[in-house]
Design a protein. Structure first.
Ligand code: PLP
Length: 403
């Protein structure tokens, strides 16, 4: 049966996650630099076994039951405490637990975006945030980045112009620390300036922060949320990279009105985030498993980043450029303009058994064809070396064939 005639108009704006499509190809013999997967050796499996047993001993009836939409109060309290480590002052009433940060991105779309509303983002930015919001048909405005993050002077020009036009700017979305996909970190001065703009123009900022736990350089920055005197920042973070993505746990910290609307919108999405997962993470935080593991994971990822940078240096042909990420999980590579990385991907997977994410989907207008994102946390050190060697051969061959 052909169901296309039954689809809602909005379905045309739902696109397949390229990351997911790509993960399908990641068979045993393909080296994948695709998804943002943690190194599985970092999962605290032994600690987790004890925690799971404890949860089932101590609160089986609560953990296996439905729960409050905003999340269990004990975890909201613990998240408020945990966030204080990075200077964020929050009450449990300011916290909502979500199904990964991805759900919070969806809630932003549901609650805030009408067709034609303006969303301003770094350009490039997180591909799955754009995918979540496209369904709500916003006007996506991109602001370029450099090695100090979003160029706030350009942001200011765009805000001025959009305000003069009478555009409705719903929020500015930023991943200020170890950005996905570029790995760059916004300087403290730019953070302060961004917040000044947000206040001056009566706007809201969304700070997506999965990666500040993995800064490899001693860069002195605080979350925007820690500087947010007027409660205009909606802060998102996640257990995915610091504990385990399989739990599907994230959280938002925001003013109580935003939390109220997220709560209402979430009720019809999934009623509540898994209580079982929340109790497991709660115990993980209480037993200090998360903070105890972080230094080791950070060190491992730094060494993997360095291994990938070294392999790029060794193998890449002239004309290829890449970022030196300050943290996070990705290196952003730019090839000469003749190379279309979507085409390159097919070639690289079929001929060389190496995969990555083509860059176009990270841009608001999908216009840049010659970039790609490489993940360095999931592959082993050997795979990093071998994968970059294969990728550079594929690139050389494609490059030669375009001349
Ligand atoms: C910037 C950013 N935001 C949100 C997410 C979603 O993470 P999760 O839903 O696993 O919390 C990711 C995952 O890679 C990300 O990189």
């Amino acid at each position: 049966m052909d169901i296309s005639r039954l689809l809602a108009t909005r379905a045309q704006f739902i696109s397949a996650s390229e990351v997911r499509e790509l993960l399908k190809w990641a068979t045993a013999d393909v080296i994948s630099f695709g998804g943002g997967l943690p190194d599985p050796s970092t999962f605290p499996i032994e600690d987790m076994k004890k925690v799971v047993e404890h949860v089932l001993e101590a609160y089986p009836h609560k953990a296996l039951q439905y729960g409050p939409t905003e999340g269990i109060i004990e975890l909201r309290q613990e998240i408020a405490k945990f966030s204080a480590h990075s200077g964020i002052v929050a009450n449990p009433e300011n916290v909502i637990i979500t199904v990964g940060s991805q759900e919070a991105l969806e809630l932003l779309g549901r609650v805030f975006i009408n067709p034609g509303d303006v969303i301003i983002t770094e350009n490039p930015t997180y591909i799955a945030a754009l995918q979540a919001w496209r369904v709500y048909q916003p006007r996506l405005i991109g602001v370029p980045i450099d090695e100090n993050g979003m160029i706030v002077e350009i942001l200011e020009e765009k805000i001025k112009r959009l305000t003069t036009e009478g555009a409705k700017i719903k929020f500015i979305y930023t991943i200020p620390t170890a950005q996905n996909p570029s790995g760059v970190t916004m300087s403290q001065d730019r953070r302060k300036y961004l917040l000044e703009l947000v206040e001056r123009y009566d706007l809201v900022a969304v700070e997506d922060d999965p990666y500040s736990y993995f800064l490899f350089e001693s860069i002195n920055v605080t979350p925007l949320k820690a500087l947010d005197k007027t409660n205009r920042v909606i802060y998102l973070s996640t257990a995915s990279k610091i504990f385990a993505p399989g739990l599907r746990l994230g959280w938002a910290i925001a003013n109580e009105d935003v939390i109220k609307w997220f709560n209402l919108a979430k009720q019809s999405l999934n009623l509540n985030t898994s209580n079982f997962a929340q109790y497991v993470f709660l115990e993980g935080l209480r037993r200090n498993i998360v903070l105890k593991n972080l230094p080791h994971v950070r060190d491992l990822y730094k060494r993997k980043r360095d291994a990938m940078l070294a392999a790029l240096e060794t193998y890449m042909p002239p004309g290829i450029e890449w970022t030196r990420p300050s943290g996070g999980m990705f290196i952003w590579v730019t090839a000469p303009s003749e190379i279309d990385t979507k085409e390159l991907l097919k070639y690289a997977v079929t001929q060389y058994k190496v995969a990555f994410i083509p860059g176009h989907g990270f841009f608001v207008d999908q216009s840049v064809k010659n970039a790609m994102r490489l993940n360095f946390t999931y592959p082993t050190f050997e795979q990093i070396h071998e994968g970059i060697r294969r990728l550079s051969m594929a690139l050389r061959e494609r490059y030669d064939s375009t001349r």
